[in-house]
Design a protein around this ligand. Structure first.
Ligand code: KIV
Ligand code: ZN
Length: 391
């Protein structure tokens, strides 16, 4: 069944880690790894999983097909170019899902029309024919005009109307090369919803790439413009600079309800585990200061910040680490740490110190921190053991 939007505040999360994410050079995953990631995405509450590009290879077909058979709650989607062979293969792969979807696309910008050597009219006809074909197979069809942002607005409106009339139930507006900025991203969706007949019968989706570091901002702006499906990947994995990061858009919607009065179906406490698994199986490390899931995203090292969070965690944290499934401590010990943090950390490790003992350990801790970039629990235990031996 194609999704309908009874609740206008609900934003669907479409995860394409296994398709656009896996297209990232070097991010190839094995069959079993794909099944595991799909299961985790389903458990986390992702509405639609784009499981692969079935015509691309036998391996992709098998993965999409097995993910479809095992799916529980998520819709399972496969990608197909605008030709019958791709669409038939895609349908074969997804048809056994509880909720299958065909996603078909064609590049509509002048640059892409030049490559496919189709005139505007020829392309319009191709869109009509292929979306009709997909819709005859499946009642849940997504259509994407690739490079929509660099497509002439009148032509974009024309082909979106054709796709809707041919039976598309979701219209995705991709910023394929990460070129747009938030205001334009919102405006394009708003304009299409206003001017295209039948637009209120379908769901508009946003699919952003991060070439200018704008993918999250552009996706959120598109939602403000009327999109109700965000296409994204775990850790922002994807070609070149990647796709919109799932964890960023989901947490932005959760944290800024005042500006973004929307909800997703994501169980955010599962984010960290998924982030780590995707990083492990794709071989793509997560940068330390990556928003939400970076190693340092919730760590405080400076004395002022540590003192602040020990007194009231909200002084320097806008969300709770537990909300994304982080259980580790948020205090990093280093040369910028102060006495309050050292006392608290030692207490966690089982050492209750009088002020004069703390002063003594603090001097030796600072000397060690000057020599060592990071101070681990074992280093502190060693300091305490030395201290005991010397008294
Ligand atoms: O970036 C893009 O345009 C895509 C399409 C296939 C939707 O990934
Ligand atoms: Zn893409």
């Amino acid at each position: 069944m194609a999704p309908t939007m009874a609740d206008n505040s609900r934003v669907l999360i479409f995860d394409t880690t296994l398709r656009d994410g896996e297209q990232s050079p070097g991010a190839t995953m094995t069959h079993d790894e794909k099944l595991e990631i799909a299961e985790l995405l389903d458990e986390m509450g992702v509405d639609i999983i784009e499981a692969g590009f079935p015509i691309a290879s036998e391996g992709d077909f098998e993965a999409v097909s097995d993910i479809a058979k095992r799916s529980k709650n998520s819709m399972i989607c496969g990608l197909a170019r605008a030709n019958y062979k791709d669409i038939d293969r895609c349908w074969e792969a997804v048809r056994n899902a509880a909720q299958p979807r065909i996603h078909t696309f064609i590049g509509t910008s002048p640059l892409h029309r030049e490559i496919t050597k189709l005139t505007m009219d020829e392309m319009a006809e191709r869109i009509h024919d292929t979306v009709t074909h997909a819709r005859n197979l499946c009642d849940n069809v997504q259509w994407s005009p690739m490079d929509a942002i660099r497509t002439e607005r009148d032509y974009l409106a024309r082909v979106v109307e054709i796709a809707i009339k041919a039976g598309a139930t979701t219209i995705n507006i991709p910023d394929t090369v990460g070129y747009t900025l938030p205001e334009e991203s919102a405006q394009i969706i708003r304009e299409l919803i206003e001017r295209v007949p039948g637009a209120d019968e379908v769901i508009f989706a946003t699919h952003c790439h991060n070439d200018l570091g704008m993918a999250t901002a552009n996706a959120l702006a598109a939602v403000q413009g009327g999109a109700r499906q965000i296409e994204c990947t775990i850790n922002g994995l994807g070609e070149r600079a990647g796709n919109t990061a799932l964890e960023e858009v989901v947490m932005a919607i959760k944290v800024r309800k005042d500006l973004m009065p929307f909800v997703t179906g994501i169980d955010t406490t599962k984010i960290m585990h998924l982030s780590r698994r995707v990083s492990q199986v794709s071989g793509f490390p997560v940068q330390f200061n990556k928003a939400i899931v970076g190693k340092n995203a919730f760590l405080h090292e400076s004395g002022i910040h540590q003192d602040g969070v020990l007194k009231n965690v909200e002084t320097f944290e806008i969300m709770k680490p537990a909300d994304i499934g982080i259980t580790e401590t948020n205090i990093a010990m280093g040369k910028h740490s102060g006495r309050a943090a050292l006392r608290s950390k030692l207490k966690d490790l089982g050492y209750e110190l009088a002020d004069n003992q703390l002063n003594d350990v603090f001097v030796r801790f600072k000397a060690l921190a000057d020599r060592k970039k990071e101070i681990y629990d074992d280093d502190l235990i060693a300091l305490m053991t030395d201290s005991a031996a010397n008294t």
